[in-house]
Design a protein around this ligand. Structure first.
Ligand code: NAI
Ligand code: MG
Length: 491
């Protein structure tokens, strides 16, 4: 943690307007909204509140850039070079960006600086390398014809992202879109618009042509909905709540937009009695409490084999006692506030509900302090499959422990959820690990680890956890259309 001074200084907020066609401009309506510091509930800055009128301008700029020769005729390798340059510029400002992210979101500076930011840089570089490796095939068709495929950018893409990993979500969305040669209209989350705007500034500085990336901050039902409805947008990539994805899917039916969704989860984290218990306790704790529990893949249903149940619960509770909550910009802090009042209220409601349902609150369960949206790390024991706290995505620092007897009983219980994003298994028995990896319905299964992310490894959900995959080669596909060209050879 050598690079973090204590405590980190609040950076200057430089970008608060819409970024459209390379210009910074207030919303057409003149409206602004406040983005808050969730640790103090104080206003950080007023940000342009974009709506349909701004989205209209952004789509025009993106469409124009898509066809302009400085983007459409740019050699693929040079497109990649611009992306490498953006990654370099982010790395040069890594401390300041981490501080801005920590301030706007509330996540501890050590996480922003050492987890989020390195993944951002890595993701952009990974996809930069793809820019000149996107190619079609020659197809042996019947008859005297020459047939080949071209892989072309899908066009103008609308990208709507949440607040839990603001910059990382930008990288996951921009990386494949830029590599494919698309142009972008992005709507960042209303809770955390600042780092996305700063990244747009760096993209311009890197030499990415004006209009290729446009950012319209604002609210979901106004700016977000306008992105979904606009006929000039070819594809929407969305990360957030599954109920929002259902609205988007209905709206997008009119123009038959291509859609990819990365949604929520209620991921089972399964600890067998034969696991390395030190490792499993650490992994399960991290897998749930990391990022204040605000992870789509949080291991929120912890299934513990009966024989080790008591020791496991005791040790998680002890970890919670030790956890350092406080100022996100302080280098020592391990847990910051939840992102906003709405999330705080939702979590407190679920904690009450868990108690009413008869689960045992072993640790936490209360607000921490009297300022900011802090929630104590909370542990529920004696949770059963039907309880709401075992079914709904809480998106906060609330762990539910469920007990199991054997593998046959476990599998259907682990799969008894509308979601299917991630899962983990802790065991020394490789047969058991691989059997579960096959039988759990989830897009990612971790064995003896949790939250291991890599730009090269596809990520996404089964069932209501999503549609399509992000990252890896699979993450590129939704940004490409395949065109078949057939040429008569004896014409
Ligand atoms: P949300 O789905 O409402 O918001 C995510 C993004 O979609 C934001 O940019 C928002 O402005 C936009 N949006 C909202 N309504 C829209 C609409 N009608 N049309 C177009 N865009 C729209 O999620 P929210 O309210 O921030 O969080 C609520 C819950 O969702 C959380 O408690 C958590 O359970 C889940 N969630 C899951 C995430 C994930 O990574 N899978 C991320 C954020 C939230
Ligand atoms: Mg919402």
């Amino acid at each position: 943690m050598a690079t973090i001074t204590h405590p980190v200084r609040r950076p200057q907020v430089r970008q608060t307007d819409c970024f459209i066609g390379g210009q910074w401009q207030p919303a057409q309506s003149g409206q602004t909204f406040a983005t808050l510091d969730p640790a103090t509930e104080e206003v950080i800055a007023e940000v342009a509140e974009g709506d349909a009128a701004d989205v209209e301008l952004a789509v025009r700029a993106a469409r124009e850039a898509l066809e302009r020769s400085d983007w459409s005729r740019l050699d693929a390798r040079d497109r990649g070079r611009l992306m490498y340059r953006l990654a370099d510029l982010i790395e040069e400002e890594i401390d300041e960006l981490a501080a801005l992210e920590s301030w706007d979101n509330g996540k501890p500076i050590r996480d922003a600086r050492h987890v989020d930011l390195p993944l951002v840089v890595d993701c952009l570089r990974y996809y930069a390398g793809y820019a000149d490796k996107i190619h079609g095939q020659t197809i042996p068709v019947r008859g005297n014809y020459f047939s080949y495929t071209r892989r072309e950018p899908v066009g103008v893409v609308g990208q709507i992202i949440p607040w839990n990993f603001p910059m990382l979500m930008v990288a996951w969305k921009w990386g494949p879109a830029l590599a494919a040669g698309c142009t972008i209209v992005m709507k960042p989350a209303e809770q955390t618009p600042l780092t996305c705007l700063r990244m747009a500034r760096l993209a311009q500085k890197a030499g990415i042509p004006d209009g290729v990336i446009n950012v319209v901050p604002g609210y979901g039902p106004t700016a977000g909905a306008a992105v979904v409805r606009h006929p000039g947008i070819d594809k929407v990539a969305f990360t957030g709540e599954h109920t929002t994805a259902q609205i988007i899917m209905r709206e997008a039916a009119t123009s038959l937009k291509r859609l990819t969704f990365e949604l929520g989860g209620k991921s089972p984290n399964i600890v067998f009695a034969d696991a390395d218990l030190d490792q499993a306790v650490r992994g399960a704790h991290f897998g749930l409490y990391f990022n204040q529990g605000q992870c789509c893949c949080a291991g929120s249903r912890v299934f513990v084999e009966e024989a080790i149940h008591d020791e496991f619960v005791e040790r998680i509770a002890a970890e919670n006692q030790r956890r350092r909550l406080g100022d996100p910009l302080s280098a020592e802090t391990e847990q910051g506030p939840q992102v906003d009042r709405a999330q705080f209220d939702k979590i407190m409601k679920y904690i009450d509900l868990g108690k009413q349902e008869g689960a045992v609150c072993v640790s936490g369960g209360k607000r921490f302090g009297d300022r900011g949206y802090f929630v104590e790390p909370t542990l529920f024991d004696g949770v059963t499959d039907e309880m709401r706290i075992a079914q709904d995505e809480i998106f906060g620092p609330v762990m539910s422990v469920l007990t199991f007897r054997d593998l046959d009983e476990l599998v259907p219980r682990a799969n008894k959820t509308i979601y299917g994003l991630a899962a983990a298994v802790w065991t020394r028995d490789i047969g058991k690990a691989h059997r579960l990896a096959r039988e759990i319905k989830a897009g990612t299964v971790w064995v003896n680890c949790y939250d291991v992310f890599d730009a090269a490894a596809p990520f996404g959900g089964f069932k209501m956890s999503g549609m399509g995959r992000e990252l890896g080669e699979e993450g590129l596909r939704p940004y490409l259309e395949t065109k078949t060209v057939t040429v008569a050879l004896d014409a």
